[in-house]
Design a protein around this ligand. Sequence first.
Ligand SMILES: [Zn+2]
Length: 104
Amino acid sequence: MAHDYMTLFFDRPSMFGFEKRLKKIAKQWPEPTMDRPDTEDLCWWARTWAASSKNCEATDGCLCAPDGKCQHGYPSWVVYLGWFTMLDEVRQRKEEKKEGINGQ
Ligand SMILES: [Zn+2]
């Protein structure tokens, strides 16, 4: 289930082989000025990002789009924790596989 997959991603990124990448992603952004929100909140924002409402917390406590950043340049927690990067990588891997099959 998608929900469980998300929960796992936010709770145990190591299971996705993603811990090193997460540190790299986090380094691109200013230090969060607040504590990490609950996983339940993170999942909600990750699930509803397509609605692109400004309902997600940025790492400084502002509200912003789940796939964006606030006016002060702090990313949404979902971005900060690498969710979209992970989605991109999964998509890319799938496409590479497809190309491999077509190329034969
Ligand atoms: Zn802000």
